[in-house]
Design a protein around this ligand. Structure first.
Ligand code: GLU
Length: 434
């Protein structure tokens, strides 16, 4: 295969925001073009006027940019080529292979025989022509159907490889017959497997049947989404490697290794992948990412150093950055909770109060300068020895600080809250028990 001529295209219909399946198609087209030194082209298939959605085209372009899938040519819009489709439809009428039917133009599908073709992913495919009917190529509104428009453009744009979803396989006899009628050479085809939900059924809204933008807004990293999408139907044949940058994918992706069977969209895997990316970054990078995303993390007056410390506390357990807001809200406002949460095992109210009063006393004795995680830990663990178990001292304290059943430990939290706020929260808890 001579590399210089390879041209692929991503040809979405602007009928909605870009979904995971569309992103995968775009990615595979991009990877294949780039690894062969070819061109990746964006074509907007806007011929179905009734289904156009405002903002969809902008969203598609913006999403491709976000993921670094820069196109070399385009966007080319089909609505700008109406004359060309019309002329070609007329040419087919002249040739006697198409006819007018109530204002629309239909192509006469050969009735007998089989259509055979090679698909890069599926190998040889045979489909009986009798499965097809005569089909509309130009509608009465003067717009072409997908069946005509896509292959005219693939021809005119000198597309060498058509990489698209499986759902088009069953119509291949139509496309091959049309190519034959025009006397055009076929491009090569690679049909990508369906993306299925966890139960092998159609994707649901909770899974990938959601705009890519929603995943981004939900706090998934673009690198994680792209990495995850790359593995929806492909993985390296000789290794178990799962974490890939776009550059690595360009090198390692192989179109012929794409699987035939449906690819399962596993949200748990996306979460895992995202948490891998979260752990790879420094708290500073994560903070910058949140700011860029316009995420309202922290307060206007919060010091970045504090925010980085807060991020570092949660970073090991985060699946999505967006969880950070909810998980750390107690740093930014007074916690709200029921007094029963202060109870550790079978402690009664008096014991809890005594425990908290001791905590307040211990905290008051520490100077601002010494109010560090290490120091606090030393002081409290020493005193905790006087209790039946250390939870009796540390649980009520931690709940007083956070209002939560689960959180990081009290010492790192107090270092960030600082002395005054730590003591006032302990005092508030004591007051709740009065
Ligand atoms: N507009 C079609 C779609 O969005 C494109 C299919 C193709 O790539 O040929 O499904």
């Amino acid at each position: 295969m001579s590399n210089i001529h390879i041209r692929t295209r991503f040809a979405p219909s602007p009928t909605g925001f870009l979904h995971v399946g569309g992103l995968r198609t775009a990615l595979y087209n991009y990877l294949f073009a780039k690894q062969n030194g070819g061109k990746f082209i964006l074509r907007i298939e806007d011929t179905d006027r009734a289904r156009l959605v405002e903002g969809a085209e902008e969203n598609i372009i913006e999403t491709l940019r976000t993921f670094g899938l820069d196109f070399d040519e385009g966007p080319i819009k089909q609505s700008e080529h109406l004359k060309r489709y019309k002329e070609l439809a007329e040419e087919l009428i002249q040739k006697g292979v198409a006819y007018e039917d109530a204002g629309a133009v239909r192509f006469k599908m050969p009735k007998g025989g089989v259509t055979k073709f090679i698909d890069i992913i599926h190998g040889e495919i045979e489909i009986e022509n009798k499965t097809q009917e005569d089909f509309i190529i130009l509608k009465s509104d003067g717009f072409p159907t997908y069946n005509l428009a896509h292959l005219v453009d693939d021809h005119d744009m000198e597309i060498t490889h058509v990489i698209r979803g499986d759902e088009f396989i069953s119509s291949m006899p139509k496309y091959i017959a049309l190519h034959g009628a025009f006397g055009w050479e076929l491009p090569q085809y690679a049909h990508l497997p369906l993306i299925l939900g966890k139960n092998r059924a159609k994707l649901s809204k909770r899974e990938g049947e959601v705009a890519v933008k929603d995943f981004l807004d939900d706090g998934y990293f673009k690198e994680a989404i792209l990495n995850f999408v790359a593995l929806l139907g492909w993985h390296p044949s000789k290794s178990d490697k799962e974490i890939f940058t776009l550059e690595e994918l360009i090198k390692e992706f192989k179109l012929e290794d794409v699987q035939k069977a449906g690819a399962i969209f596993d949200t748990a895997k996306l979460d895992w992948m995202n948490s891998e990316y979260i752990r790879q970054k420094s708290p500073r990078e994560l903070l910058a990412y949140l700011k860029d995303a316009g995420c309202p993390f922290g307060r206007p007056a919060s010091k970045s150093g504090d925010l980085e410390k807060i991020i570092a506390l949660e970073q090991p357990r985060l699946k999505k950055l967006s969880e950070l807001l909810e998980k750390t809200d107690y740093f930014f406002r007074e916690p709200e909770y029921e007094a029963v949460l202060l109870e550790w095992k079978n402690m009664d109210n008096n014991q809890i109060k005594n425990s908290l009063e001791l905590s307040a006393e211990l905290l008051k004795a520490v100077s601002d300068k010494d109010f560090t995680k290490e120091n606090l830990e030393k002081i409290f663990l020493e005193r905790a020895k006087d209790f039946k178990d250390r939870g009796e001292l540390l649980w009520p304290l931690r709940v007083a600080l956070t209002g939560r059943k689960a959180s990081p430990g009290p010492f790192e939290i107090m270092e960030i809250l600082e002395k005054e706020k730590s003591i006032s929260r302990v005092q508030n808890a004591i007051n709740m028990l009065k």
